[in-house]
Structures are given as C-alpha cells and as structure tokens.
Write a new protein. Structure first.
Length: 251
C-alpha cells in the first residue's frame, strides 16, 4: 500500500533511518508513560516507538491516506489514531503526557500555541521544526529572533536545542535546514495566574517590537503601568522573568 505527498499539508517525509532512531531516542521513555505523536505521516518514527510495549500511545493525523496506510501497515495502531486536524483536536489524555513530532512547517507555530494551552498536562516535547523556528523558540532575551514563542514556551519549559536535521534526510528535501528541540516542563509554581492575559501581553509587546513597551502596551495595560521604568525598554530586552513581573504586577 502506497501513499502520496501532499504539499498542501506541508509534508516532507523523514526517510533517514539513523535520524529517525536518534529522534526517538530523545524521548524520556518510562514504563506506563503516555505519548502523543503529532503528524506521524507514513510512520517513519512511529515504527520505532512501537517497540515500546509498556506505553500508552496515541497518534494525531489529519490525512485520510496516511491514516489508512498506518492502519494497514501497523494493525496495532487501529484504535490509537485520532483522525483529526491537531489544531482542532481535544486534549488527547486527561493525565500528563509527552509529545513527539516531525511537525508540518506550515503549522509549527500554531502547534506551539497548542502546547502552551495544554502545558499543565505536558511533561516534555520532542519536536522537529524548520531550524530558524527551533532557534527562535530556544533563543534568549537580546537576540534578534527572540519573540512571542520564545517567551511563552520558556515560561513553562526548559528548552534545549538538540541537533540539526539536514535536508537530505527527507523526501522531498526541504529547502531549509531542520532542527530538533526538547521542551521539559519546569517543576514548581509558575507565576501565571491567567494564561490568556499573559499571552495577550507578550503578543502586544512583540507585535510592535521596534517601539518601547510604553507605546506597544498602551491599551493592553492600565495607564499607571506605563509609568514603570521597564516601559523604557523594547520587548526583546525583557527576560521571561520580566514579562512574568509585568503580568503579576499589572494584569
């Protein structure tokens, strides 16, 4: 049984077996863990995960053809596939779970916003992205690529850039380098009392990143907040802790 590439879904299939094994090896495999693979495609990394008989696995795949292929090739996946667009899917487990995926590049940022929404149930994420997106998520304050995803993800997760994945590992080869990162949920209390408002604050700050926060956050925060000395800075100069301070103090 064969399947076809769908450019509309941003599909590039990983075919380098050593790289597939390397990615799967990054998962913190523990007996009884719950694992969600987003966008398994033809099962390039799924087939290695299936060697673990002691985990609760679910796959989220929107492509009808890939779902049929996976069920035909790996009959044990019959009741483990959520045949749905991940951006419209319900949280796959009520208990905590981990995520792995070669994320379609055209929806990789929306997937990260989904991770932000689900973060209190997520132990870790092993994700492959276009390299510049992976670097952006892992970047620190002061970097030109530091932005909304950097702050939102680093608020809840420790992030490690693991390794590059060259274009030749895929069919068809993408025109860009890819990169794998690991997000590990931080332990302890995180000072975000309203995730929706916090995201609104971070987005407003970076949507006008050339302006000082005093101008960028006008209309988002109360006028009294704009008197804070921190408002002289631009968004890229603020650490995650600075954004948490603004959220805690003024939202």
């Amino acid at each position: 049984m064969q399947y076809t590439l769908k450019k509309s879904l941003g599909q590039h299939f990983l075919h380098d077996e050593q790289m597939c094994k390397k990615i799967v090896a990054q998962i913190g495999h523990t007996s009884g863990m719950r694992l969600v693979e987003i966008g398994p495609g033809g099962g390039a990394i799924t087939k290695y995960i299936l060697n673990w008989k002691d985990i609760d696995l679910k796959l989220i795949e929107v492509d009808d053809e890939k779902v049929a292929y996976l069920k035909h090739t790996y009959p044990q996946l019959e009741d483990k596939i959520i045949h749905q667009d991940v951006l419209k899917a319900a949280q796959p487990f009520e208990e905590t779970f981990s995520i792995i995926g070669n994320f379609p590049y055209n929806i990789s940022s929306p997937i990260m916003f989904l991770v932000y929404d689900w973060e209190d149930k997520i132990d870790e994420v092993i994700g492959m992205f276009q390299k510049e997106v992976a670097q952006r998520i892992a970047s620190k304050a002061g970097s030109k690529v530091y932005g909304i995803l950097s702050v939102l993800m680093q608020t809840f997760f420790d992030i490690e850039y693991l390794f590059d994945v060259p274009p030749g590992c895929f069919k068809p080869p993408p025109k860009v380098m890819s990169g794998v990162i690991k997000l590990t949920h931080k332990q302890g209390l995180i000072a975000v009392h309203d995730k929706k408002k916090f995201k609104q604050l971070v987005k407003a700050a970076f949507n006008q990143r050339r302006k000082t926060l005093r101008n960028a956050l006008k209309g988002t925060l109360e006028p009294s907040a704009l008197l804070d000395p921190m408002m002289e800075k631009r968004a890229e100069q603020l650490s995650v802790e600075d954004f948490l301070y603004l959220h805690k103090t003024y939202q």
